[in-house]
Design a protein around this ligand. Structure first.
Ligand SMILES: [Zn+2]
Length: 332
């Protein structure tokens, strides 16, 4: 039995028909995790859907109402890039409930993994890029509301920029503080965030890191606390170097009580929606690096999966299963 929990439901499946998003990946990952012997049935716990009040910690009442009553405009549905249905909305409420549970379990056990979630493009008042509800932001706000955390760090390693996260948790700056430019052209990491001790006790402070392909969706990339705009074709060594630097810089400025790791499988070289050149082995090293750094700083890690669109869905499944394997190796 693992010393931590995996959060999973068959109902994570997204009813979106034939789509580049492999909605069946959650079931395939669950199956592979059991068949490979990495996990056993007792390692999994089943989430409940988030309450509307939880969703409303992040999203506007108007948007939630539109989702629940099927009254999004055609433009809003188009922007979501997944076909609207009430079943779809239920699946996203469940994913958010899963991330809340994962955050709770991570705070208890040191690490926990939602075998789903990571919908980092969702905005407070609309959905974008396959993301309807920002489950990670909901989980952070719920943990803060319960008085369990004041400071969280998001480490977004999906190949696409975490625009929703950056909008929901804009970098905290003193008025007049110059906004450093984002760049991956040198080894200087620009941090756009005041040190945490500058903020009042009890106030939620979220430090956001996004490592993403510069020439990729979304076109507009709102500033995170740290943005790494990676060039096309970035390989394992280059990526791991940037990640290591980003984490070092972030932990110099900020002491989180929870690290929310979005372990996107789409920086993979065979990804249909990505343009980086990472290998399956390199992605596992990435997972290990994030978890090792968190463990060294004694910060609990909550994992969500985000994207993954490999030409062969089995590769996406392998990459996501390896994240659990990395957690098992580091936290056992
Ligand atoms: Zn992605």
């Amino acid at each position: 039995m693992l010393p931590f929990k995996l959060i999973y439901s068959d109902d994570y499946y997204l009813p979106i028909g034939a789509h580049v998003f492999p909605a069946e990946k959650y079931r395939l990952i669950h199956k592979r995790l059991l068949e490979s012997g990495i996990t056993e049935p007792g390692d999994f716990i089943t989430p409940k859907p988030a309450h509307d009040e939880d969703i409303l910690l992040v999203h506007t009442r108007e948007y939630v109402q539109k989702l629940k009553t099927g009254t999004l405009s055609a433009q809003e549905e188009l922007q979501m890039e997944v076909p609207y249905s009430l079943e779809l909305v239920k699946a996203f409420w469940l994913a958010a409930g899963g991330s809340i549970l994962a955050a709770d379990m991570a705070l208890r056990d040191g690490v926990a993994c939602n075998i789903g979630g990571g919908f980092h493009h969702a905005m407070p008042d609309h959905g974008e890029g396959f993301c309807v509800i920002h489950d990670v932001a909901v989980a952070i706000k719920r943990m803060h509301q319960e008085g369990k955390i004041d400071r969280a760090m998001t480490v977004d390693c999906d190949v696409h920029n975490g625009n929703g996260t950056a909008v929901i948790f804009p970098p905290k700056l003193r008025p007049g503080h110059p906004l450093p430019s984002a760049s991956a052209s040198s080894r200087d990491i620009h941090t756009r965030h005041e040190d945490h001790f500058a903020h009042p006790v009890g106030e939620l402070d979220v430090f956001t890191i996004s490592l993403h392909q510069a020439h990729n969706y979304p076109v507009v990339k709102p500033p995170s606390s740290i943005d790494i705009n990676l060039p096309d074709g970035t390989n394992d060594d280059e990526y791991l170097g940037w990640l290591d630097q980003s984490l070092s810089s972030a932990f110099r400025h900020f002491a989180p009580e929870l690290l929310c790791y979005m372990a996107g499988a789409d920086p993979y070289k065979e990804d249909q929606l990505g343009g980086l050149a990472m290998t399956i082995e390199g992605l596992k090293k990435r997972d290990e690096l994030v978890m090792r750094v968190a463990k060294e700083h004694k910060v609990p890690v909550m994992v969500t999966y985000a994207g993954g669109y490999a030409r062969h869905v089995e590769d996406t499944v392998t990459i996501h299963c390896n994240t659990v394997l990395a957690a098992k190796e580091i936290f056992s």
